[in-house]
Design a protein around this ligand. Structure first.
Ligand SMILES: O=c1ccn([C@@H]2O[C@H](COP(=O)(O)O)[C@@H](O)[C@H]2O)c(=O)[nH]1
Length: 239
């Protein structure tokens, strides 16, 4: 389904989204609506993007008790996104409840949105995991374990760093999605991301989708940056 490039629309308003998307007119994109945009614009922003022909990943990272997640997902199923997510740290029962909610809320005759689980945020490193969160297993082990749990709970894939994509495929099978943020061109700053991978390397590692925000949204010429992304994903070097 869709292009492998998920464009993170991390903007505070619909107006800014429209301005950013103007150069892409006529090109169906796969876009991501996260907390910043959704909390300002609500479900209407998803409807708007779908009307423009874009596929939508609604990245709200639900993490709560199972009943709350189930009821929230029941509502989100009607918003019209193609992909939604939860935090795997909510556990097996919460992830199962997410799927139950989506199944219950999906209007008949339409596809239920795919649902994936965040393993470890790409801004997390070993030090943070051990010293701040007091999780004493190696980070990569926790990613593999959370992915297996998500798979057993009936989810369609995970959010992880592209570095972990081979492990995800090995543990959960080729069709289990590896959706990978923390993508940067080789000559860019990582900002708050830690587990960072270039577009070319992400493809080599087996990522199904790469999530790209600031490399596009803060580029002087976003269309040119998107073309560079396509070029490098396809194995090309920087021109
Ligand atoms: O582990 C995660 C989960 C989600 N994200 C989201 O992806 C984009 C990345 O933006 P960049 O500007 O390319 O860093 C952003 O919307 C995050 O909320 C993530 O980065 N890591």
């Amino acid at each position: 389904m869709h292009t492998p490039f998920i464009v993170a629309l991390d903007f505070p308003s619909k107006q800014e989204v429209e301005r950013f998307l103007r150069p892409f007119a006529g090109t169906p994109l796969f876009v991501k609506v996260g907390m910043e945009l959704y909390y300002q614009e609500g479900p209407a922003i998803v409807a708007f993007l779908k009307e423009q022909g874009h596929a939508v990943f609604l990245d709200l990272k639900l993490h709560d008790i199972p009943n709350t997640v189930k009821q929230a997902m029941k509502g989100l199923a009607r918003v019209g996104a193609d992909l939604v997510n939860v935090h795997a740290a909510g556990g097996r029962r919460m992830m199962e409840a997410a799927i139950e909610g989506l199944d219950a809320g999906t209007p008949s005759g339409t596809m239920r949105p795919r649902c994936i689980a965040v393993t470890q945020l790409t801004s997390t490193d070993e030090r943070m995991l051990h010293e701040e969160l007091w999780i004493d297993r190696p980070l990569v082990e926790t990613v593999g374990h959370y992915a297996a749990l998500a798979n057993e709970s009936g989810l369609d894939g995970v959010v992880c760093s592209a570095n972990e994509a081979p492990l995800i495929k090995e543990r959960c099978g080729a069709s289990f999605l590896a959706v990978t943020p923390g993508i940067r061109f080789a000559d860019e700053a990582a900002h708050d991301q830690v587990r960072v991978v270039t577009p070319k390397r992400a493809r080599e590692l087996g990522a199904d989708y790469i999530v790209v925000g600031r490399s596009l949204t803060r580029a002087a010429d976003p269309l040119k940056a998107y073309e560079r992304l396509q070029h490098e994903w396809n194995g090309g070097e920087k021109e």
